[in-house]
Design a protein around this ligand. Structure first.
Ligand SMILES: *Cc1c(COP(=O)(O)O)cnc(C)c1O
Length: 387
């Protein structure tokens, strides 16, 4: 094996999750799979062909850089939408390649029109509206002026979308804020229609909104985290279990994890009681200890916060990370495992035998969210697709 660690991507898990999310939508809205953040750490180039085999033909990225990677991997007929960053000097590339993009400032709107005229090709734009998140989007006060511009230069544009984003649909804390955003969005869409602007898609829903606010589904959804088998929050997971129990069914988790992270034992040593392990003095053996070294460290996204805290699976047993996590290595306590040897599989995230290490248990310990942990998995770790 050339690499010290690899990530497995499960096609059947992805297929299951997409199908679950589609089942939550009654109206057959278009499904855009969000693949920003290197496909939530899964790898843009790896996930696209797998997703296509699961019936996905619309992908959302954050930036032009991600769109340029996506376009290499996508099949003819597939669509790419840029939700965030695109510089003026990249607009021509996006327009020429038929990639649609968010517009939330006049500056970008006029620049897109200029480029479209120069190229004699319409810019496919999504007009993002500010409805209460206060991040990006045209405000209600700017709406009329914006619509007037779009009408006046209608030959520049193909209005792919009118859209907005919710300020945390995964938490009850934001309930009234989200409800207000929905109302505000619908109001602004009506105003746009009165001015003659009707988009191909009205779109607002992320994973949490699809699951909890069915009225947000509209014509297209932008589903990210749920595709990968994670609930947007513990609260939504709990809500799901309560709903299922109310229906008299056994609680079960309908989402499957797509990603596993694995490595192998690179050395095994015996250390007597009363010795320190690895750098410094953070771990003192209190028994004769068998240690195994694993060639993964913080250089691979295995955070140093997991020093003396993390667990991995070896021979189907949960064993502790002892001592500090180094740049390229970590040490585990393999004393309770029968005859560990070089080359044995080590699971950092995923299942082995009956046991499972989830990103979220990992997340609780390091106080970061699923989203953050996943996005931090480096792209230099090779990805393997499995059924
Ligand atoms: C990230 C993102 C999504 C997807 O959110 P999930 O919670 O991962 O489903 C949807 N829309 C926009 C604008 C986003 O930035």
């Amino acid at each position: 094996m050339l690499h010290t660690t690899y990530i497995e991507i499960s096609e059947s898990a992805l297929r299951n999750n997409i199908s679950y999310m589609r089942d939550q939508m009654s109206n057959g809205a278009r499904y855009s799979m969000v693949i920003k953040g290197n496909a939530y750490g899964h790898g843009i180039e790896t996930i696209i062909p797998v997703a296509e085999r699961c019936g996905i033909d619309h992908f959302s990225v954050f930036s032009v850089a991600e769109a340029q990677r996506a376009i290499q991997a996508i099949s003819p007929g597939g669509e790419i939408m840029i939700l965030g960053w695109i510089d003026h000097d990249q607009l021509a590339w996006a327009i020429e390649n038929g990639i649609s993009f968010y517009v939330f400032t006049f500056d970008r709107l006029t620049a897109a029109c200029r480029e479209a005229r120069r190229l004699k090709k319409r810019a496919r734009v999504h007009l993002e509206l500010e409805t209460g998140m206060h991040r990006t989007g045209f405000s209600e006060a700017e709406l009329e002026k914006m619509l007037r511009y779009v009408n006046r230069y209608s030959s520049c544009f193909s209005i792919e979308g009118i859209c907005t984003h919710y300020a945390g649909a995964e938490s009850i804390n934001n309930y009234t804020r989200i409800k207000h955003q929905i109302k505000q969005f619908n109001l602004l869409v009506r105003k746009s229609a009165k001015a003659g602007i009707v988009p191909r898609y009205r779109h607002t829903a992320c994973s949490a909104a699809v699951l909890r606010y069915p009225e947000t589904v509209m014509d297209l959804v932008r589903v990210g985290i749920a595709n990968y088998g994670f609930w947007p929050s513990d609260e939504l997971r709990m809500n799901h279990f309560i709903d299922v129990e109310k229906k008299g069914m056994n609680p079960f988790d309908p989402l499957d994890r797509v990603l596993s992270w694995k490595s192998t034992v690179m050395s095994v040593n015996y250390v007597p009681s009363g010795e320190y392990i690895s750098y410094g003095k953070t771990y003192l053996t209190n028994r004769d200890t068998t240690i195994a070294t694993v060639p993964v460290g913080y250089g691979y996204g295995y955070t140093r916060t997991l020093s003396n805290m993390g667990h991995v699976l070896l021979h189907g047993k949960r064993v502790r990370v002892i001592g500090s996590v180094n740049m390229n290595m970590l040490v585990i306590d393999a004393t309770d495992v029968k005859r560990p040897k070089i080359g044995d599989e080590v699971v950092l995230i995923g299942s082995q035998g009956e046991l499972n290490i989830s990103v979220s248990s990992f997340g609780d310990m390091t106080n970061s969210l699923n989203y953050e942990l996943l996005a931090r998995l480096p792209n230099h770790i090779p990805r393997k697709v499995v059924e």
